[in-house]
Design a protein around this ligand. Structure first.
Ligand code: THU
Length: 137
């Protein structure tokens, strides 16, 4: 029986290999463990009109929502290169929409896990749905 982290890594690594990144040549794969116990992968999909490209995390979140998941319990990102492929600013906010402050964000390279952060470490003092809810009567 594989641990959830191994399953997350395998799913993200699979997405990493399928990424469409002909412009940056920087493949990224992500996988979410959702509240329903399922794993949702996604990869980056670039575009000739560069800003229209999408990140791996955005793809995984779209798959989770379409698949019936409501919350992110953990997310794992696989990126190439020597550095830590931490989610970009916009993706930190995208994750924030569906995750609590202690949600683990695991960062990996193709060889395996490198480091883990919590969401609040990567996005402190964040703005989220609760901010808007407090304005409702
Ligand atoms: N990218 C992701 O998909 N996720 C990240 O966490 C960082 C960056 C993508 C966007 C673009 O396709 C490529 O990596 C280079 O920036």
């Amino acid at each position: 029986m594989s641990l959830p982290l191994d399953l997350l890594f395998d799913a993200a690594k699979g997405a990493f290999t399928r990424a469409y990144a002909p412009y940056s040549k920087f493949n990224v794969g992500a996988a979410i463990l959702a509240d329903n116990g399922r794993i949702y992968p996604g990869c980056n999909v670039e575009n000739a009109a560069y800003p229209a490209g999408t990140c791996a995390e955005a793809g995984a979140i779209a798959a989770m929502i379409d698949g019936g998941g409501k919350r992110i319990e953990a997310i794992l990102v696989v990126g190439a290169g020597e550095g830590l492929c931490t989610p970009c600013g916009a993706c930190r906010q995208r994750i924030r929409e569906f995750a609590g402050p202690l949600c683990p964000i695991h960062i990996a390279g193709p060889e395996g896990l490198r480091r883990a952060f919590t969401l609040e470490e990567l996005l402190p003092y964040s703005f989220g749905p609760e901010n808007l809810a407090s304005e409702q009567s």
